[in-house]
Design a protein around this ligand. Structure first.
Ligand code: C2E
Ligand code: CA
Ligand code: CA
Length: 560
C-alpha cells in the first residue's frame, strides 16, 4: 500500500532523459516510468528546448555525456550558468572515471555508470538526488528573500557569525547600502518599478559577493547589508563599485547611500560593525547624487556627543540653559529701513560645552522625538517677550518662531499654540510661524491640513528656506501661506553670480503672483541689500542689520 502511495506521489514529478541512443533511453525509461512522468530528448539541443519551455518543472535530468549537436558537458554548463535552471539536479550517465570528476565539477549531482546496475539501485539514486534537491529548495526559500535572492536578515547574521567563528582572525568589512527616497520612487513610478530597482541592485550585489567572497542580505525593504573580507583600499574600492551601481538607473535616476565600517583590528562583533556602518550611512544626507561615507573615530565621538546632548536636554530646559535670541527683520520699501518683526532663534548655553548653536541639536532632537519640548519652550518665551515689549514700549514687534517639520504631526499643535497666545495675552498675528519648505514637499497633504487649521485659528504662516525644497509652481499656488522666506543660499552670491540674482527675481515674481511678501534672509552686505531692494524684495533679515541677539539687547532696535 505504502509503495503504491509513493508511486502515485512520484508520478507528479517529471524526469527528462537525454541520450542519443534509443535503446539506452528505453531501458532507463522502463525502470522509472512507473514512478515518474518521463520525457525524452535525443541530444542536448532538443533537451534545452524542452527545459526552457517547461522551465523548472523538471525534478531531475538524466544526461548522457556523448551526444551529437550539444553534448552533455555543454548542456551542464548552460544549466549551471542559469540561476533558475541550476536548481534542477542532474545525474550523468558515464563509463569513465575522469568524466565523473569533470561532470561533478560542472554541477552534476550524481552519476550512473554504464552498463546499468540493477533497477532498484538506479531507482534509489534517482530518488535520493530528487529529495536532496527538493530539500535544498525549501531551505533556499526560507533563508532567502524572494525578490532579490539574497539572504533574509536573520540568516545573514547567523551565517556571518558562523563565518567569524570559523575564521577567527580574518578581518571583515561591513557595508550598508540604502536606496534614497525609495517611497517616492514607488509613488512616482509604481511598485513594479520599485521592485525592479531592488531586484537589479540585489543581483548586482549577489555578483559582487560571488566574486569577492562574503555574504549579503536585504535587511529592510530598501536596505542591503554586505559582509565582505576586509579590503585595504575600501575607500577607493567602494566609490568605483558605487559608480557601477549608480549607472544601473539613469532614467529615471535612482541614487544610493553607502555607509561602511572598515575592519580596524578591534575584533568588534558583526552586529557592532553593522551598527557602525548603518550610522555612517544615516549621516550621509539624502542628496540627489549617490554618495558614501565611512565610520570613523570622529563619527564615534560625534555620536557620544549627541548622546550627551539628549541626556542633558530635560535638565537644561528646567535650568533655563536655553536662551532665545532675536534677529530683526526690516522692511526696506521706504527711504529708511523700518523694523517690522523679529525671528526667535534658540541658543544652548551648556555648562560643559559652552554655547551650542541650533545646527548641532535641532535635527538630533527631531530624530529622537524631543523637539516638541524645546519648541514649546521657545514659543512660550517668544510670546511673553512680545507681550513684555508691548507693555514697555507700547508697540507690537511680531516675532516669528520656527515650527519643526515634526511638530506638524502633533494633533495638539493648534491647541498648544492657542494656549500660549491666551496665556501671554498677545494676538495670533503677533506670533508668526515659520515652516521649512521641504516639510511641504515631504508630506504635502498632512501639512496642508495642519497649516489650514492654524490659519483658521488666526495664525500667519511663513514658508522658510523657500527655493530649497523642490515645490512645484502648481503646488505653491494651492498652498495656504502668508509669506515666503528665500533660502539663504540664493543670497550668498547674488552680487557675483547673475544666475543667482535672476533666480531671486523669479522667486520675487512668484511671491507677487501668490500675493504674499517675500523675505530675504542671510543678507550680509549693503550691496546685497540694495540689489534686493532694486528687484522688489520687501523685507530683509541678516547680519547686515544684526546678528541674532538676546532680548535685552534687541531693545536698542525698538528704541531706534
Ligand atoms: P533658519 O530658520 O533658516 O534660520 C536662519 C539661520 O541663519 C539662523 O541660524 C541665523 O542665525 C542665520 N543667519 C541669519 N542671518 C545670517 C547672515 O547674514 N549670514 C549667515 N551666514 N547666517 C545668518 P541659527 O540660529 O544657527 O539656526 C539654524 C537653524 O536652526 C534655523 O534655520 C532653524 O531651522 C533652526 N532653529 C533655530 N531655532 C530653532 C527653534 O527654536 N526651533 C526649531 N524647530 N528650529 C530652530
Ligand atoms: Ca527660520
Ligand atoms: Ca531659513
Amino acid at each position: 500500500m505504502q509503495e503504491l502511495l509513493d508511486r502515485k506521489k512520484g508520478l507528479h514529478r517529471k524526469i527528462l532523459i537525454v541520450d542519443d541512443e534509443f535503446i539506452e533511453r528505453e531501458m532507463l525509461g522502463n525502470m522509472l516510468d512507473s514512478f515518474y512522468e518521463v520525457v525524452y530528448a535525443e541530444d542536448g539541443e532538443e533537451a534545452l528546448e524542452i527545459i526552457k519551455k517547461e522551465k523548472s518543472k523538471f525534478s531531475l535530468i538524466i544526461l548522457d555525456l556523448h551526444m551529437p549537436k550539444l553534448d552533455g558537458y555543454g548542456l551542464l554548463e548552460i544549466l549551471h550558468s542559469n540561476a533558475e535552471l541550476r536548481r534542477i539536479p542532474v545525474i550523468v550517465l558515464t563509463s569513465e572515471k575522469e568524466a565523473e570528476v569533470k561532470s561533478l565539477k560542472l554541477g552534476a549531482s550524481d552519476f550512473i555508470t554504464k552498463p546499468y546496475e540493477v533497477p532498484e539501485v538506479i531507482q534509489a539514486r534517482v530518488m535520493h538526488s530528487i529529495e536532496l534537491a527538493e530539500r535544498s529548495v525549501i531551505i533556499h526559500e526560507t533563508e532567502r528573500d524572494e525578490l532579490t535572492g539574497l539572504f533574509h536578515r536573520e540568516f545573514f547574521f547567523e551565517y556571518g557569525r558562523m563565518l567569524d567563528e570559523q575564521n577567527e582572525n580574518a578581518p571583515m568589512d561591513a557595508v550598508v547600502i540604502d536606496v534614497n527616497r525609495f517611497h517616492i520612487i514607488n509613488e512616482l513610478y509604481g511598485r513594479e518599478f520599485g521592485d525592479s530597482v531592488l531586484k537589479t541592485l540585489g543581483e548586482s550585489i549577489h555578483r559582487f559577493v560571488n566574486k569577492n567572497g562574503g555574504l549579503a542580505c536585504r535587511s529592510e525593504s530598501n536596505c542591503f547589508y554586505v559582509y565582505i573580507p576586509h579590503q585595504d583600499n575600501l575607500c577607493e574600492f567602494l566609490p568605483t563599485q558605487m559608480e557601477k551601481l549608480g549607472k544601473l538607473f539613469e532614467e529615471p535616476k535612482v541614487t544610493i547611500r553607502v555607509g561602511a565600517y572598515s575592519d580596524d583590528g578591534s575584533n568588534a562583533d558583526m552586529e557592532h560593525r553593522f551598527d557602525c556602518a548603518r550610522l555612517a550611512c544615516a549621516r550621509i544626507s539624502k542628496s540627489y547624487e549617490s554618495s558614501w561615507g565611512f565610520y570613523s573615530a570622529k563619527l564615534h565621538d560625534m555620536e557620544l556627543h549627541s548622546e550627551h546632548l539628549i541626556h542633558d536636554m530635560d535638565k537644561a530646559l528646567s535650568e533655563k540653559q536655553f536662551k532665545v535670541f532675536y534677529q530683526p527683520k526690516y522692511n526696506i520699501e521706504g527711504d529708511k529701513p523700518r523694523l517690522c518683526s523679529a525671528e526667535a532663534l534658540i541658543r544652548w548655553f551648556h555648562p560643559e560645552y559652552g554655547m551650542i548653536s541650533p545646527g548641532e541639536f535641532i535635527s538630533l532632537f527631531e530624530e529622537k522625538g524631543l523637539i516638541h519640548k524645546l519648541d514649546r519652550y521657545v514659543w512660550n518665551e517668544a510670546a511673553h517677550q512680545v507681550k513684555e515689549w508691548k507693555e514697555k514700549y507700547n508697540v507690537t514687534v511680531p516675532v516669528s518662531v520656527n515650527v519643526s517639520r515634526v511638530d506638524v504631526f502633533n494633533p495638539l499643535l493648534g491647541d498648544m499654540l492657542d494656549g500660549i497666545i491666551k496665556d501671554s495675552g498677545i494676538n495670533h498675528e503677533d506670533l508668526l510661524l515659520e515652516i521649512t519648505e521641504s516639510a511641504y514637499t515631504d508630506n504635502s497633504q498632512q501639512i496642508i491640513d495642519t497649516v489650514t487649521a492654524l490659519r483658521d485659528r488666526g495664525f500667519k504662516i511663513e514658508m522658510d528656506d523657500f527655493g530649497s525644497g523642490y515645490s512645484s509652481l502648481n503646488m505653491l499656488t494651492s498652498l495656504p501661506i502668508d509669506a515666503l522666506k528665500l533660502d539663504m543660499k540664493f543670497i550668498r552670491n547674488i552680487c557675483v553670480n547673475e544666475k543667482d540674482s535672476a533666480l531671486v527675481e523669479i522667486m520675487i515674481r512668484i511671491s507677487d503672483l501668490l500675493e504674499v511678501p517675500i523675505i530675504a534672509e542671510g543678507v550680509e552686505t549693503k550691496e546685497q541689500a540694495e540689489l534686493l531692494k532694486g528687484i522688489g524684495c520687501e523685507i530683509i533679515q541678516g547680519y547686515y542689520f544684526s546678528k541674532p541677539v538676546p532680548g535685552e539687547e534687541f531693545e536698542k532696535f525698538i528704541e531706534a
